[in-house]
Design a protein around this ligand. Structure first.
Ligand code: S3P
Length: 173
């Protein structure tokens, strides 16, 4: 059985490295539903990794791909989105009309720790902490605007985070 009709698709949003994909995988198993990672979907659909899409066509084209992908993923139970999903307002409408938006809130210092050796994300650069912090501060306002529910992940295990989201689903029934 998938997610109940009342909650439809669960969209996980949040900054790079907040754990959207990992939580999404565990959550979909917990509820017996279908999971998709939007970045992975985009990479498969366009036959290129995200970094190469940015390099070849720029961020704006990637954002267009991302908005298109979001519209194509409405039949999944759990969708983990890219950290920049909040950069386009139309994405709020796509998600709102089809399900519930859950923001995984993670402190900046934790993100820095998790992404310290990451080289796959074109918008992340561990050597430019001030710039990253500015992006984080701008983004968190958008995540809060988009979110139906905020889950603080600080110091919590994946299991606890998942059970909090499953609990929301039950409360909605
Ligand atoms: C981005 C986040 C990435 C990916 C792309 C852009 C962003 O996804 O979509 O590199 O703008 O924050 P993750 O949040 O899964 O790292």
């Amino acid at each position: 059985m998938g997610v109940s009709e009342s909650m439809k698709t669960i969209y996980l949003i949040g900054f790079m490295g907040c754990g959207k994909s990992t939580v999404g995988q565990h959550l979909s198993k917990a509820i017996g539903g279908k999971f998709v990672d939007s970045d992975q979907y985009i990479e498969e659909k366009h036959g290129q990794v995200i970094a190469d899409i940015f390099k070849a066509f720029g961020e704006d084209t990637f954002r267009t791909y991302e908005s298109e992908a979001l519209k194509e993923l409405g039949t999944y139970d759990v969708v983990s989105t890219g950290g920049g999903i909040v950069e386009r307002r139309e994405n709020l409408h796509s998600m709102n009309k089809n399900g519930t938006i859950v923001y995984l809130e993670t402190p900046f210092d934790e993100i820095v720790e998790r992404l310290k050796s990451d080289v796959t994300r074109p918008l992340w650069n561990s050597n430019e902490v001030d710039k990253m912090k500015a992006l984080y501060n701008r983004r968190i306002k958008l995540y809060e605007q988009f979110a139906d529910v905020v889950i603080n992940t600080d110091g919590k295990t994946i299991e606890v985070i998942v059970s909090e989201i499953v609990g929301l689903k039950k409360n909605k029934n």
